[in-house]
Design a protein around this ligand. Structure first.
Ligand SMILES: [Zn+2]
Ligand SMILES: [Zn+2]
Length: 211
């Protein structure tokens, strides 16, 4: 059984995003169904839709900075309940058993993590379709709960740009007394500025734009 969602996708490397209908699975026991409220636009979306990286499957529905309202949950779901605000980033599944997954590093899954779009869809066949759509169904292990009071539009970019910058800054223990240089105030750059500032570092932004 599937439900139909409205989406924006590209039919070929040269075609613009256009409305299309896609199928989403019915929530299984550990699945969360979300009505998507906001989805960030990551440059990976553009690269994939345009076929600028090898291996884009069409029709391509990008989007992996997803924030949505939970509309249904499976019987075994404990992390989220209907009406909560949930979020999903770049991954929707992995093998869960390999050494990488066991260490919480699902992005390095030895059998290949399932990315939010353009990965083999283990449930419906074909390839996964991302957040430029009206709804999505994701295993709860690959969801996050968004705290109340967040600006949801501003929350969406945390799901890729945010973690992409947060992770190395934590890895290198950036904090007071350190200087961090950031090249470009783009999707990742603006996150880097805000995170470095929050960590107490001295932040220097390099930009070609006078503004
Ligand atoms: Zn991204
Ligand atoms: Zn794995």
């Amino acid at each position: 059984m599937t439900t139909t969602a409205q989406a924006y996708g590209s039919a070929s490397p040269s075609s613009k995003l256009a409305p299309l209908q896609i199928a989403r699975r019915e929530p299984g026991p550990t699945d969360v169904q979300m009505e998507i409220l906001f989805c960030g636009v990551c440059h990976s979306d553009v690269h994939t839709a345009r076929g600028e990286w090898p291996g884009t499957n069409y029709a391509c529905v990008p989007g992996h900075e997803i924030v949505g309202r939970v509309t249904a949950i499976g019987a075994k779901v404990t992390k989220l309940k209907v009406g909560d605000i949930g979020a999903t980033g770049c991954l929707v599944d992995s093998c869960r058993t390999c050494p990488s997954c066991q260490r919480g590093l699902e992005q390095f899954c030895l059998t290949g993590a399932t990315f939010t779009y353009n990965s083999p869809d283990q449930h419906l066949g074909g390839h996964t379709l991302g957040g430029y759509s009206s709804s999505i169904v994701v295993d709860e292990a690959f969801t996050l709960r968004v705290p109340q009071g967040m600006d949801l539009a501003a929350t969406a970019p945390l799901l890729c740009a945010g973690i992409t910058t947060y992770s190395p800054l934590r890895h290198w223990k950036v904090g007071p007394g350190q200087k961090v240089g950031i090249v470009g105030l783009g999707g990742l750059g603006h996150m880097g500025v805000k995170l470095d500032r929050a960590f107490g570092a001295h932040v220097v932004l390099f930009t070609t734009s006078p503004s």
